[in-house]
Ligand binder design. Structure first.
Ligand SMILES: NC(=O)c1ccc[n+]([C@@H]2O[C@H](COP(=O)([O-])OP(=O)(O)OC[C@H]3O[C@@H](n4cnc5c(N)ncnc54)[C@H](O)[C@@H]3O)[C@@H](O)[C@H]2O)c1
Length: 253
């Protein structure tokens, strides 16, 4: 059966785990060749799994704090997969430490901004020149429902994710006439290692979360990934600068 990403090269950051891994797997299912980047070496096993399933996939250790790493990932895609990325998922992110904003160390605050917000910007700047030249492209940045509403104890994270939504809206306008769409994925709480870490750090975190969920459950990575794939696909051809909540109704409250 033909896939919606047949012949397309797709770049994913933060692809070693969680939502990024699920996006990579769903894109491969849709026929894409994958360029995967992550600071975690487990990304190589994700690429190996995709190759075993019949897809083309390369992994490069990539820290989104370094533009040179992302450029190297784009270069690997061009050399080994035959084209610069047609589609990019700027997904890498960290939650940072929970705590009162006035007790947060400046290094911890700026680290979250550097990885989550500036990392998404660096990823966009690495892929956009070739997309503009081609006159075609799609970018989906993983923001969060925390890019739409506030959340206590996570000021840096919330600021970074609101920043991504603003970045997406602005860049979408800049490249709209070049045939490129830029959107933000805003997942609610999804069962990944990120939520496990928060639940370990804060007693009662998971129970408190579930009490706030209209559906009474957290999402799973594939539910976020399928929305990301749709946003990047031709089915969403008139959608750009949008922040799509995939949150089981959380932000509707
Ligand atoms: N899990 C959730 O509930 C949830 C909700 C909303 C948004 N998000 C966002 O989704 C994205 C993926 O999160 P996840 O839940 O899959 O978490 P995760 O921790 O399972 O995966 C995040 C991945 O990003 C990688 N990463 C971290 N810092 C990096 C860096 N500097 N450079 C490159 N890669 C780096 C990690 O190694 C990891 O593989 C993040 O941007 C996160 O903020 C998650």
């Amino acid at each position: 059966m033909p896939g919606i990403f047949d012949g397309k090269v797709v770049l994913v950051t933060g692809a070693a785990a969680g939502i990024g891994r699920a996006i990579a797997e769903a894109a491969a299912r849709e026929g894409a060749s994958l360029a995967l980047g992550d600071v975690a070496k487990e990304g190589e096993a994700v690429a190996a799994g995709l190759r075993k399933a019949g897809a083309k996939a390369v992994f490069r250790p990539t820290d989104v704090r370094k533009k040179s790493d992302i450029d190297a990932l784009v270069a690997a895609a061009t050399k080994e997969l035959g084209a610069s990325p047609h589609i990019a998922f700027a997904n890498a992110g960290i939650e940072g430490k929970m705590g009162a904003p006035w007790e947060t160390k400046e290094d911890d605050f700026t680290r979250v901004l550097d990885i989550n917000l500036a990392g998404a910007w660096r990823t966009m700047t690495a892929v956009l020149p070739a997309m503009i030249e081609r006159g075609e492209g799609a970018i989906v940045a993983t923001a969060s429902v925390a890019g739409l509403v506030g959340a206590g104890g996570l000021a840096a994270y919330v600021a970074s994710k609101h920043g991504i939504v603003g970045l997406v809206k602005s860049v979408a306008i800049d490249v709209a006439k070049s045939g490129i769409r830029v959107n933000a994925l805003c997942p609610g709480m999804i069962e990944t290692a990120m939520v496990d870490r928060l639940a370990t750090d804060v007693p009662g975190f998971r129970e408190a979360l579930l009490a706030l969920k209209p559906m009474g459950r957290l999402g799973v990575p594939s539910e976020a990934a399928e929305a990301a794939i749709w946003l990047a696909s031709p089915a969403a051809s008139f959608i750009t600068g949008h922040a799509l909540a995939v949150d089981g109704g959380y932000a509707a409250q």
